[in-house]
Design a protein around this ligand. Structure first.
Ligand code: LLP
Length: 407
């Protein structure tokens, strides 16, 4: 795929003039088409998509995703509230907490949102408090090592998430003790999973456990589909996963005696490729060994390269035809915040606009004010409109919550 100069007919460089840089830009059409791809891939089963809100949680993005027919998975009470503000009904939201205090569970229950129970102590307290009065889901740790990086592999034996599949007897004891109404079972094994077989293996763990739960309405396979990051990179073949998992699921439902829903919680698959971080080159600095391009952004806006050694394609928007040279694209933060190392880019001058791709998922949502830097603005292009969906931070935003004393 050639590097885009336009998104839905909007010239990317004109956005720099209109909104300044650094700037997060989202292509709404791409998000909707990714949802449609999943819906098509899993058309043989009753599918519910619960978008992993943490990937990108701007309310306008949530609204767009709802319009395309998906619900959400929230991992904090605040994400659930964002979902409500975006117009989701409580039954379109699932709450998947990890080790939160029970007050937060109470708050979600009071809102009417279903809880995904993530530990035996939480099951115990939930049972004591609510007994059989509420439907709930259980997050199983299936002991499957999967994902592009150990930090984002969360379904293996040593992971903090879910209740170990080996503890199924204890789960069943608690269900019996409190007459818990378990309507769903959930797994999520990790992020950047390429192999369709991993989803099948996860399914088999779910199918086997599910036979012990007579009230099920759904099985949730989590998220984790890999998208393409590098040129010529491969993404998860969701058609293949949909076919293989869909068939196994329908087979299981026959055995179970009832048609269940299949839930998915994609984050990256829906929003990663739809997002671009537009930055400007501040300095081109030659050293005896490396030429650095210093841009007006850094790990405070996109931490993925530093945190997961993630690869993000970068291209020079201002010089689409120029000859190539090798650069290290680095941020302006007082750390070694390399965004892209040893990359061939069309020759970069100071002032050029660079585009960092795959910035939609875990880009803005993981951003910070480190180095007392301000967060970028966010723009959504959708339905022929260019919408500023978050204004750029100003210095006042940085100090808004500071209490300044006589010292
Ligand atoms: N469901 C649950 C319960 C999750 O914990 C996650 C991601 C997802 C779904 C969505 O996974 P996805 O489809 O986006 O791979 N910050 C990391 C990724 C962390 C993922 C955390 N959980 C990154 O930038 O690679």
């Amino acid at each position: 795929m050639p590097n885009p100069t336009h998104i839905q007919g909007v010239e990317i460089s004109s956005l720099a003039g209109q909104f300044g840089t650094p700037l997060y830009i989202y292509d709404g059409e791409k998000i909707v088409s990714q949802i449609q791809t999943l819906q098509k891939a899993f058309s043989a089963v009753p599918l519910k998509i619960k978008y992993a809100t943490k990937a990108l949680s701007n309310i306008n993005i949530l609204k767009l995703i709802r319009k395309a027919g998906a619900g959400i998975d929230a991992v904090s009470i605040e994400e659930a509230k964002l979902g409500l503000l975006a117009g989701y009904t409580v039954d379109e939201i699932m709450y998947t907490p990890s080790g939160v205090g029970f007050e937060e569970i109470r708050e979600a229950v009071a809102m009417g949102i279903m809880i995904n129970l993530d530990s035996l102590p939480l099951m115990e307290q939930f049972g004591k408090t609510y007994g059989d009065s509420l439907g709930a889901c259980i997050r199983i740790n299936p002991h499957i090592m999967a994902g592009g990086n150990i930090k984002i592999s969360v379904g293996h034996k040593e992971s903090k998430f879910g209740i170990s599949i080996e503890q199924l007897p204890q789960i069943l004891e608690l269900v019996a003790k409190y007459q818990l109404k378990i309507v769903g079972l959930h797994i999520h094994t990790g992020s950047d999973i390429l192999d369709a077989e991993v989803f099948l293996r996860g399914g088999n763990v779910l199918f086997e456990a599910a036979m012990q739960f007579p009230d099920l309405q759904f099985l949730d396979f989590g998220g984790g589909f890999k998208v393409a990051y590098k040129p010529n990179d491969v993404a998860t073949d969701v058609l293949e996963v949909g076919k293989a998992v869909g068939e196994a699921f329908q087979e299981f439902c026959k055995k179970y005696g009832r048609q269940l829903e299949l839930w998915l919680e994609p984050g990256k698959f829906l929003v990663s490729e739809a997002g671009y971080l537009l930055v400007r080159s501040n300095v081109v600095k030659e050293t005896p060994t490396v030429t650095f391009v210093g841009v007006d952004s850094g790990l405070n806006h996109l931490i993925r390269p530093m945190m997961y050694d993630a690869y993000h394609s970068v291209y020079n928007l201002s010089n689409p035809e120029g000859k190539k040279a090798k650069y290290n694209v680095v941020g302006y933060i007082c750390e070694t915040d390399t965004i892209a190392a040893h990359r061939e880019l069309n020759e970069v001058k100071e002032g050029d606009l660079l585009v960092i791709k795959n910035a939609g998922a875990y880009g803005f949502s993981m951003s910070s004010n480190y180095n007392s830097r301000l967060r970028p603005a966010e723009v959504l292009i959708w339905d022929g409109k260019t919408m500023l969906i978050r204004r750029r931070e100003e210095f006042e935003d940085l100090i808004r919550h500071q209490q300044i004393h006589e010292i």
